[in-house]
Design a protein around this ligand. Structure first.
Ligand code: NAP
Ligand code: MG
Length: 402
């Protein structure tokens, strides 16, 4: 069989720990034998980020804007322990945070549903797609430890040098403060991304914030969504019989637990971070979820929603067998390859992405799976595979399909 030829390179962002190991297995077993893979490679592993003073992350985001489609491996966001472990010059920022701040846009995450793995929330018969705002709030914050008594204020100096002040707190003892921001432009593009995605997928969309408490910050999100919906999307929604529904975040959480699924749940940046982990783990495993960042300029970055699976990596380093689920990382690749195929009009690449997804799901449905899924499946006669053997089984099914 001839290998599929690509036109434009994919931006490939390599990562850390166990997912870096899976990354190579996936390329060797599932991609390189079938595709003349064209990528522009950026090593976002922590060692290289440290050596380049994190310039590699910025370069990879710029390349994504240039080419339009990227695929990203999970990466370590350093904390104090990682600074020690990797002897870092600095506690580098989250690569996802840096990339999202540059690309702007919205992260859409949906569970990968497969026969034999049922959500533990019994009434979720259809997937819930999470739309996470990918810019600002606590991910672009400024924080301060307050050493003792004093006055903390919020100060905005306008272009004419006029200061506007609000008291945060009159401290009488040590404490902490935090400043965050967002922009009307980013919130507007978040709203448009969500409404457009709802129309594309013919699903209703829910949005929730805490506007009763945050009367300016969160209320602005609510107002912008409503204005854009009424002015640009309402008619189309009515035509399709789908709805836009706003409520308070705590009400949304309560309703989601009782819902049937089949809708998009739009969340502010932090809510989306936390709630997508809840939805995905309720659907089986963090590794059974797709994640794509869609920027307002039409740029796509595909990734897995889970982390670098550190515990498994240390086992791997000790020579112990691991059974790490590679499905989310495989789907990051298929999402990116399919999008590249659509943009460059390479139908074979689109077909290949479809076949690889089908082979992956088929492998699980036939009872061959990793340990995380074996623990929760209601299939009988299950074979638990190690990380590499699972990928090799997918390859067998893929070869049969192609
Ligand atoms: P994690 O890598 O998501 O793993 C947490 C636990 O979830 C694992 O120990 C494992 O449970 C289970 N798990 C996650 N993915 C799995 C998979 N593919 N297959 C099987 N089990 C899986 O989160 P973490 O350990 O808290 O974070 C590790 C590193 O990842 C951190 O340095 C963090 O900064 C980074 N991180 C990166 C991203 C990203 O790049 N998108 C996102 C989140 C976290 P068991 O050990 O019980 O098997
Ligand atoms: Mg998270």
């Amino acid at each position: 069989m001839d290998k599929i030829v690509m036109k434009t390179p994919l931006v490939e962002m390599d990562g850390d720990e166990m997912t870096r190991i899976l990354w190579q297995y996936i390329k060797d077993e599932l991609l390189l034998p079938f595709i003349d893979l064209k990528t522009e490679y950026y090593d976002l592993g922590l060692v290289c980020r440290n050596e380049t003073k994190d310039q590699v992350t910025v370069d990879s985001a710029n390349a994504t804007m240039k080419y339009g489609v990227a695929v990203k491996c999970a990466t370590i966001t350093p904390n104090a322990a990682r600074v020690k472990e990797y002897d870092l010059d600095e506690m580098w920022k989250s690569p996802n945070g840096t990339i999202r701040a540059m690309l702007d846009g919205t992260v859409f995450r949906a569970p990968i549903q497969v026969k034999g793995i049922n959500p533990c929330v019994k009434n979720w018969v259809k997937p819930i797609t999470l739309a996470r705002h990918a810019y600002g709030d606590v991910y672009k914050n400024t924080e301060m430890k307050i050493p003792g008594p004093g006055k903390a204020e919020l100060v905005f100096t306008d272009e004419n040098g006029v200061e506007h002040r609000e008291l945060i707190h009159q401290f009488t003892a040590p404490g902490i403060i935090q400043g965050m921001h967002n922009t009307d432009k980013s919130i507007s593009s978040f709203a448009r991304c969500c409404f457009t995605y709802a129309i594309d997928t013919k699903q209703s969309i829910w949005f929730a914030t805490k506007d009763t408490i945050s009367k300016k910050y969160d209320h602005t999100f609510k107002d912008i969504f409503q204005e854009i919906f009424d002015a640009e999307f309402k008619e189309k929604f009515d035509e399709l019989g789908i709805e836009y529904f706003y409520t308070l975040i705590d009400d949304a959480v309560a309703r989601v637990m009782k819902a049937k699924g089949g809708f998009i749940w739009a969340c502010k940046n932090y809510d989306g971070d936390v709630m997508s982990d809840m939805v995905s783990s309720a659907c089986g495993s963090l590794a059974m979820m797709t994640s794509v960042l869609v920027s307002p300029s039409g740029v796509y970055e595909y990734e897995a929603a889970h982390g670098t699976v550190q515990r498994h990596y240390y086992k791997h380093l000790n020579g112990e067998e691991t059974s790490t689920n590679s499905v989310a990382t495989i789907f990051a690749w298929t999402g990116a390859l399919r999008k590249r195929g659509e943009l460059d009009e390479i139908p074979e690449l689109v077909k290949f992405a479809d076949a690889l997804e089908k082979a992956t799901l088929g492998t699980i449905e036939s009872g061959r799976m990793t340990k995380d899924l074996a623990l929760i499946t209601d299939l009988e006669n299950v074979t638990v595979l190690n990380s590499l053997d699972f990928i090799k089984e997918i390859r067998k099914d893929l070869e049969a399909l192609l």
